[in-house]
Design a protein around this ligand. Structure first.
Ligand code: OXD
Length: 327
């Protein structure tokens, strides 16, 4: 009798999700390791689906030679794309595009909150004060989207009816959607920063994007421009962002992600007046675990049948190539 393949899960599944996955094949043993057990369980896993938020001994896992496939339950892959995994034969697939609607809604929330100065109204509400104050406008503004993958494209579609112009950069500036007025290569970031009233970061974190938005990039942004980060906190040099906000050069920032998470209580970002912080909930959704499980079952069926996987990641780039991502 051949051994069952051990499939380790690390995302917040209920028993019914586990059963749904187990029903894909009788040859699989499903282990819900959770965050507390994932580091150890991965050493004896054949397959993995999840997002380990705790340190995982990836070098040991790779050296053990047992793990055959990583399915990330997050769109971002910085949690598992360490050098030993990148250099290994282990294929990695992502949840890219799966939560694009939610990320677009989060972008809209942060952006409109800043433009209409919602924090001021909420403060006043606490004080029962009906004091009218001026707001800004989104209508007619230029929005620059940095990274036009699954999330960036959905953000563009959702914003298009509300703004003047949408410009974007991407590492692969192909397939420009109709709602995007100009799409430039990633190395033309400064051109975008110099024209946009609002900059939305939708890029993955990798060696090229780590610290991309530092003092020089911030200085290139238009005076009064807004920065929205729904990507990864490490893309922005936080101390330099704080400086650009304090000096008044930037008009505000909407941050769903921060360099360190949870954002430390002593961070000045908490109390800057034109900053809205949300606790990395851009990809959250009431349907998230159900949708992730449906997607995973489809990919698992493909894996078992030897068919091409959805969202197969180019591990050197850190995201699925567009044709593979179906975005
Ligand atoms: C992410 C996620 O990648 O929450 O940010 O899935």
């Amino acid at each position: 009798m051949t051994r069952k393949q051990r499939l380790v899960l690390c995302y917040p599944v209920d028993p019914r999700h586990r059963q749904q996955i187990a029903a894909v094949s009788p040859d699989i043993e499903v282990v819900d390791a959770g965050q507390e057990g994932v580091a150890e369980a991965l050493l004896e896993a054949d397959l993995f689906c999840g997002h380990a938020k705790v340190p995982v001994p990836w070098d040991e896992v790779v050296a053990a030679g047992r793990l055959q496939w990583i399915q990330s339950s997050a769109a971002g892959l910085d949690h598992c794309l360490v050098p030993s995994v990148i250099d290994s034969e282990i294929p990695v697939t992502s949840a890219s595009g799966l939560f694009a609607n939610q990320v677009a809604e989060q972008t809209l929330t942060l952006l409109l909150g800043l433009v209409r100065d919602l924090p001021a109204s909420l403060r006043q509400q606490q004080e029962r004060s009906f004091d009218r104050h001026p707001t800004g406008d989104l209508f007619g503004r230029t929005v620059g989207i940095v990274g036009l993958g699954g999330n960036g494209r959905r953000v563009a579609e959702v914003l298009a009816p509300l703004v003047g112009r949408i410009i974007a950069t991407d590492m692969f500036p192909i397939d420009r959607p109709e709602c995007v007025d100009a799409l430039w290569p990633a190395d033309q970031l400064d051109r975008l920063l110099g024209q946009a009233d609002v900059v939305v970061l939708c890029i993955p974190l990798n060696t090229q994007t780590d610290g991309l938005i530092g003092a020089a990039a911030l200085a290139t942004m238009r005076p009064g421009a807004l920065l929205i980060n729904v990507a990864r906190g490490q893309v922005v040099v936080e101390s330099e962002l704080i400086e650009a906000l304090r000096s008044g050069h930037l008009g505000g920032a909407g941050l769903d992600v921060t360099q360190v998470e949870p954002l430390p209580v002593e961070s000045p970002l908490w109390s800057l007046p034109r900053v809205i912080i949300t606790p990395h909930i851009g990809a959250q959704s009431a349907r998230r675990v159900d949708d992730t499980t449906d997607f995973y079952c489809e990919n698992l069926t493909r894996w078992l049948a030897g068919r091409p996987l959805l969202n197969l990641v180019d591990k050197r780039l850190g995201f699925p190539r567009r044709s593979a991502a179906q975005s």
